[in-house]
Design a protein around this ligand. Structure first.
Ligand code: SAM
Length: 291
């Protein structure tokens, strides 16, 4: 087996050889702890049938661990300076394709035509923290069915995504993700294992796609609009937030009032106390009562 890229000494050697300097604006914090990489691969339960998508391979620390376990790996890297570095560090592996593109601009369905064998598709990545949420949303909203995501992010964002109703961290992001996926925090990663060190600790979030969405809604777009509206001002009641988003005229008030009553939801509650089921009930009532 090849020497791990992710040891602190090998990482420094690679950076020096290529004269690489970190760009903070691209969220470049490289992992330098092979044991954590092994734990990530184990959490994602990758085997030789699995096709993996990686976001931001950096110098290939995680990529090589994925390549050793998976069938194939497709990695998207935005930084042109890293493309020759990756060609060098990943040269021992023939089951990796590095694509020099911004992940947010990628048509995942099209790019994954690279995979020459059908099998589960999993996203495994140490995400650039400045765009964690847009990346998650881009992947979840894409036409490609991703079976599982095992992704590293700031601990606080992982907490928000996996939060339960009634907690401070619970919000429209929790609902947007949990609608499609079952979310759990797998483990915490201390900031000391990165070069350079980020300001905060990280967490590995595991998201497993539900066979069907968590709740049944008649109009997904309206459901997500409602969940966003309910959290616009966290300290306000559901009623106030709904009026601010949908309008304050008499017809709208009547529509909201009737729908809340039908869904058996007290308008004086705050959005953060409503479960996914309750949001679905309210969204379906709003749809049914639309003029
Ligand atoms: N995977 C490596 C590791 O664990 O050491 C690097 C992770 S680093 C936190 C994030 C990586 O994402 C960097 O290599 C950065 O250049 C890349 N990146 C940042 N924005 C990106 C984007 N929009 N699309 C693709 N890659 C991006």
């Amino acid at each position: 087996m090849n020497k791990d890229i992710a040891t602190p000494s090998r990482t420094r050697e690679i950076l020096q050889k290529h004269g690489f300097s970190f760009k903070k604006s691209l969220g470049q914090n490289f992992l330098t702890e092979p044991n954590i990489l092994k734990k990530i691969v184990a959490t994602a339960e990758i085997d030789e049938q699995t096709n993996v998508i990686e976001v931001g391979p950096g110098i290939g620390a995680l990529t090589e661990h994925l390549a050793r376990a998976a069938h194939q790996v497709l990695a998207f890297e935005i930084d042109d300076r890293l493309i020759p570095v990756l060609a060098d560090t990943l040269s021992p592996y023939d089951n990796i394709k590095v694509v020099h593109k911004d992940i947010l601009q990628v048509d995942l369905k099209k790019e994954t035509e690279y995979f020459d064998q059908s099998g589960p598709i999993k996203v495994v990545a140490n995400l650039p923290y400045y765009i964690t949420t847009p990346i998650m949303m881009h992947i979840l909203a894409s036409d490609l069915i991703v079976d599982e995501l095992v992704v590293m992010m700031q601990r606080e964002v992982a907490d928000r995504i996996s939060a339960k109703p009634g907690t401070k961290a619970y919000g429209s992001l929790s609902i947007a993700v949990q609608y499609y996926m079952e979310a759990t925090t797998a483990f915490i990663v201390p900031k000391t294992v990165f070069i350079p060190q980020p300001n905060v600790d990280s967490a590995i979030l595991r998201l497993v796609r539900r066979k069907i969405p968590a709740v049944e809604v008649t109009n997904e777009t309206e459901f997500f609009k409602l969940t966003k509206a309910a959290f616009i001002l966290r300290r306000k009641t559901l009623w106030n937030n709904l009026l601010n988003s949908y309008g304050k005229d008499e017809a709208t008030k009547l529509w909201l009032e009737n729908s809340l009553q039908q869904a058996e939801i007290d308008p004086k509650r705050r959005g953060e106390t409503l479960s996914l089921e309750e949001f679905a009930r309210l969204s379906n009532a709003l749809e049914a009562n639309k003029q």
